[in-house]
Design a binder for this molecule. Structure first.
Ligand code: DX5
Ligand code: ZN
Length: 222
């Protein structure tokens, strides 16, 4: 079963890349057919890990034409949206769990010329998306609890993505569903069938000896 648009985009997560050679790994996945570059921003507060910030996004920006998708796993995301826009982000998602003024944050992102996403944790109800859904360009549905790469896909995510997809269809919105966490050749088919269009994949791409094969496999399995 296909998703709403009949397309699958693969977004390798740079969290699983070699941090001493980010530029080379980015070039490798672009060459291997990646559609989007997913960048995991963690603050050691909203999630129990610390990764990278706008300076690294700025450094990667000139190296690729692919959209840079910044997943902000940080408290008070509004404080940093401007910095990520300036750094060259094309997509920015903020978590519903830490943003009490979601429409305002999404409007800031769009005003800066980027696509605005709402990220949502596995334990957060899809209902929390209802009011802000028309103000976003994509929903980033976490399929693991965020913080680390290489975790196991949570099966209830399939039904949740189906619910989100139904909300989007029922209201005739142009909102893409991105999924993130434990996405591989085995978990991709069901989640794409439920409506996912953008597949974030860290381990499945960077842990595979042949990145092109890994990306093609994800597209085919969807
Ligand atoms: C988890 C991050 C993910 C992660 C995905 O907190 O948001 O993007 O890097 O990695 P895999 O595909 O290995 O689960
Ligand atoms: Zn992510």
């Amino acid at each position: 079963m296909a998703n709403r648009t009949g397309t699958i985009r693969v977004a390798p997560s740079m969290l699983s890349a070699d941090f001493s050679a980010l530029g080379a790994d980015l070039a490798a996945v672009e060459e291997a057919g990646a559609d989007v570059i997913h960048i995991d921003v963690m603050d050691g507060h909203f999630v129990p890990n610390i990764t990278i910030g706008p300076l690294v996004v700025r450094a990667l920006r000139p190296l690729t034409k692919l959209p840079l998708d910044c997943h902000l796993m940080i408290s008070e995301p509004q404080r940093y949206i401007g910095a990520f826009l300036e750094a060259g982000a094309d997509m920015i998602s903020v978590h519903v769990e830490v943003e009490p003024h979601l429409q305002r944050a999404l409007a800031m992102i769009r005003a800066g010329g980027a696509k605005a996403g709402i990220a949502i944790n596995p334990a957060t109800s899809a209902d929390t998306l209802a009011e802000a859904l028309p103000y976003c360009d994509y929903v980033l549905a976490m399929t693991v609890n965020p913080g680390f790469g290489g975790q196991k896909f949570l099966p209830p995510s399939v039904e949740k993505v189906r619910r989100i997809d139904r909300m989007i269809r029922d209201r005739n919105l142009d909102v893409a569903i991105e999924v993130d966490g434990g996405i591989d050749r085995d978990t991709a088919p069901a989640i794409v069938g439920a409506g996912a269009e953008i597949l974030v994949a860290g381990t499945a791409v960077f842990g595979h000896p042949d990145r092109r094969a890994a990306i093609e496999l994800l597209k085919r399995r969807g």
